[in-house]
Design a protein around this ligand. Structure first.
Ligand SMILES: [Zn+2]
Length: 398
């Protein structure tokens, strides 16, 4: 037990090498004759009884036949990290339950120490994870931070198989190049060729890359994205209408007499005005009704009937005189084949998988989590959603 200068008490554990055992080469782990000893270093260990604890040790250098004079392998440490592996694993596991700032406060370390620990944990996991057997993937874009610049979007690739749902990759921006990078680096052509289902939004760069690289897979448009497009269209109609109505409020003053008269008696300009009022009042309701009607689409069992319904719905939407709804109809019509793939894949793809993972990412990318850089956030996303394997450790403290 030691008392530091103004930093409270800490426990010092002095380690000595076993006299009868030779050090091992840090490159090949084979025992090698000793060479000399380096000055003392210290590594922070998991706090004992809430007291900061350090290992103190003078590492030996060994003369390996193959690798020359190198520092010996230290089982509790990895590279130049000032924390022991046990401590890094400890902080990383807590960093999944608490925010990083809270973890740092509770265990009396710096935010940076938590960040580096999670980073080490994640990198180990990424290097050791298994990607065989990925059959269904979801590709999506996520908005991040403020503004709508290219850098404010992330591209994510999920595995959405029923037995394993996880984040496979995250990258900056949402261009073709981004997605190509993601399909190349972590997955590789072998895995991509084995994918049977791809689920995505109607974002053009993604559609093109998926068609080019995973042509064998059945490409399904995600139900949740289509619902989002419809909801946005309804909202556009509503906003346009409410500003129109505000302008009309003035004019409404002059509508008193036409409104009080019997409908059939209103003629001429007054009639036109009344018609405009009635139709404008209904725009939001009509848009909403169209949106509601579309949900029926997903309940079909037969591809043919679904197709017939889609055509009919698009026809109605095109005649609705609501520009945002027409836009959605044009979009759906253009991607009819991909939409109908939903029925070809029925039962094999979970409708909510992408949405669920997206929601988790949204929660995490909120500013309150306080990731200071993009890199830190990326690490955190892999950490909590990647289902990565964890490094072995002799002790598990949490
Ligand atoms: Zn060696």
């Amino acid at each position: 037990m030691c008392s530091g200068e103004g930093q409270g008490d800490w426990i010092k554990i002095k380690l000595e090498p076993h006299a009868g055992r030779r050090g091992r080469c840090s490159q090949c782990r084979r025992p090698a004759p000793g060479y000399d000893r380096l000055p003392e270093r210290r590594w922070q260990f998991v706090p004992l009884w809430g007291i900061p604890t350090y290992f103190h040790y003078r590492p030996r250098r060994v003369a390996c036949v193959e690798h020359g004079v190198v520092v010996e392998h230290l089982p509790w440490s990895d590279g130049k990290h000032p924390l022991t592996c046990a401590m890094m694993g400890f902080l990383a596991r807590w960093g999944r339950r608490l925010s990083w700032r809270e973890t740092a406060q509770v265990f009396q370390v710096s935010w940076e120490a938590v960040y580096r620990s999670v980073e080490w944990f994640v990198q180990w996991g990424l290097a050791h994870r298994q990607l065989q057997g990925v059959e269904a993937i979801g590709v999506d874009e996520i908005h991040w931070g403020r503004g709508l610049r290219a850098d404010n979007f992330l591209t994510v690739i999920y595995q959405i198989d029923a037995h394993c749902r996880r984040l496979l990759w995250v990258g900056r921006r949402r261009t073709k190049a981004t997605l190509r990078r993601g399909l190349k680096a972590p997955l590789g052509p072998e895995i991509v060729q084995g994918v049977r289902f791809v689920c995505s939004d109607m974002w053009k760069p993604y559609l093109q890359v998926i068609a080019a690289q995973a042509g064998q897979a059945l490409h399904v448009l995600d139900r949740f994205h289509i619902t989002t497009h419809l909801n946005q269209a309804v909202d556009q109609v509503r906003r346009a209408e409410s500003s129109r109505l505000r302008a009309a409020q003035q004019r409404l003053k002059h509508m008193r007499w036409p409104l009080l008269r019997r409908g059939s008696r209103v003629r001429g300009r007054a009639r036109q005005k009344l018609n405009a009022l009635l139709s404008s009042k209904l725009a939001t309701a009509r848009a909403w009704e169209l949106k509601e009607a579309f949900s029926h689409f997903w309940s079909y069992r037969s591809l043919l009937w679904a197709q017939a319904f889609l055509d009919y719905w698009c026809f109605r939407a095109m005649r609705s005189r609501l520009e945002p709804m027409q836009k959605v109809a044009r979009m759906l019509h253009a991607h009819e084949e991909l939409l109908l793939n939903w029925f070809r894949a029925k039962g094999e793809i979970s409708a909510g998988a992408v949405e669920g993972l997206n929601n988790k990412i949204r929660v995490m990318t909120r500013r309150s989590y306080g990731f200071r850089t993009y890199e830190a956030m990326e690490i955190a996303l892999y950490h909590s959603l990647g289902r990565l394997p964890e490094p072995e450790s002799t002790h598990r403290f949490c």
